[in-house]
Design a protein around this ligand. Structure first.
Ligand code: PLP
Length: 384
């Protein structure tokens, strides 16, 4: 029993867990990233109802701010209640109808999750191959279209499992549109951190998470669809399998009616509003440039320590730096040392790259020179 709990006491027979005192970590892993104090302050402001006129106004503001961050004019731009996977499932589960074919990538962990969600939505899944750690080649995507004629094509713009940024997005969307298919982009680790232009690049649907380059706690996750994609959703012959994520129902709450669908995570919407306000103050293009610059210093510092990046410079992802673990070094021991001695979080590899890489995030409020200097000094110590 902690001292504090002893003084406050708990009712007899009730669990005594003491007051919440989480450690004060520096978050440089694959997300969540450090949260800006202004976002934390927004989260401690009074709760209003999810249909309160003041909240309805806030919903409009969040939608407007999200459009700015996504670089889109899409009317259907909302925060989905839930984590990035909820926005991902809202995208895939609504776009993919039973009998549709979805083309997914094999070059990372999150392409695998797309496949799983498309299958559960009743879709037939076909794949375009690239090794983990490499982007998709447009020629392979074109060949996969010729072979399978998919209805929906999903790709991961910023693959958090490999540290690879998918280049040539407009080429990929052009191939899909030449085949009358819809494009879903996973922008969880790119929104607000690396260049992303939903409208200019002709992306039909993009989803994201708030806890990466927006530096906001998880809970309300960005999603945008153009009219063409939303028309497909509204014209479905069968209902989407998830009631909760059915966009034709959510439209009642986030569209013009503002009628009850579910109780929105109000505090998370406050947080997202403040996080997006910070993006608007900084300016989206300046924010992309800051990520490149600060992460560029991180990359140079890692290379000075003798470490090798997993992704070549051409498709290096500033927000997620995947670094090869040197021969003879225990990756988990280094991660544990950074947490124990420095209160500093980084992560190991996932899936095919487990044990081979460390994943060092440089996202949002964590993408600051001070964090980079701290991380490099701590890592040098851990490797000594
Ligand atoms: N897609 C990518 C690329 C991710 O990095 C993540 C989370 O790390 C997700 C999807 C799923 O998001 P969440 O963990 O918030 O559900």
């Amino acid at each position: 029993m902690s001292d504090r709990a002893e003084t406050r006491g708990t009712a007899e027979g009730a669990p005594d867990v003491g007051e919440l005192t989480p450690p004060d970590r520096t978050l440089m892993g694959p997300g969540p990233s450090d949260v800006h104090p202004r976002v934390l302050r927004a989260m401690s402001t009074p709760l209003v109802g999810h249909l309160d006129p003041s909240f309805v106004e806030m919903m409009d503001e969040v939608q407007e701010l999200l459009r700015y961050a996504f670089r889109t004019d899409n009317r259907w731009t909302i925060p989905v209640s839930g984590t990035g996977s909820a926005a991902m499932e809202a995208a895939i589960g609504n776009l993919v109808e039973p009998g549709d074919t979805m083309l997914v990538p094999t070059n990372g962990y999150f392409g695998g999750r797309m496949a799983s969600m498309a299958g559960r939505a009743g879709g037939e899944v076909v794949e375009v191959d690239a090794p983990w750690g490499e982007p998709l080649d447009p020629a392979d995507v074109a060949a996969a279209f010729d072979e399978h004629q998919p209805d929906v094509f999903g790709f991961v713009h910023a693959e958090t499992s490999t540290g690879v940024l998918q280049p040539e997005v407009p080429e990929l969307t052009a191939i899909a549109h030449d085949h009358d298919a819809y494009v879903i982009a996973d922008t969880v680790t790119s929104l607000g951190g690396v260049e992303l232009r939903v409208d200019d690049w002709n992306v039909d649907v993009a989803y994201s998470g708030p806890q990466k380059c927006l530096s906001c706690p998880p809970g309300a996750s960005p999603l945008t669809l153009n009219d063409r994609a939303m028309d497909k959703v509204l014209d479905r012959e069968t209902d989407a399998r998830s009631w909760y994520l059915d966009l034709s129902l959510l439209e009642g709450y986030w569209g013009d009616d503002r009628s009850y669908h579910h109780t929105a995570p109000i505090t998370n919407v406050y947080a997202l509003r403040e996080a997006l306000r910070l993006v608007a103050e900084e300016g989206i293009e300046k924010r992309w440039a800051r990520h490149r610059e600060v992460a560029g210093d991180l990359k140079a510092g890692l290379q000075e320590l003798g470490l090798e990046m997993n992704a070549p410079d051409d498709y290096w992802l500033p927000s997620l730096n995947a670094v090869r673990v040197p021969d003879g070094v225990d990756d988990a021991a280094v991660i544990d040392h950074l947490i124990a001695e420095y209160d500093l979080e980084i992560a190991g590899g996932l899936g095919d790259l487990a044990g081979d890489i460390w994943r060092i995030g440089c996202m949002g409020h964590s993408a600051r020179p001070k964090n980079v200097e701290y991380l490099l000094a701590a890592l040098e110590d851990a490797l000594a």
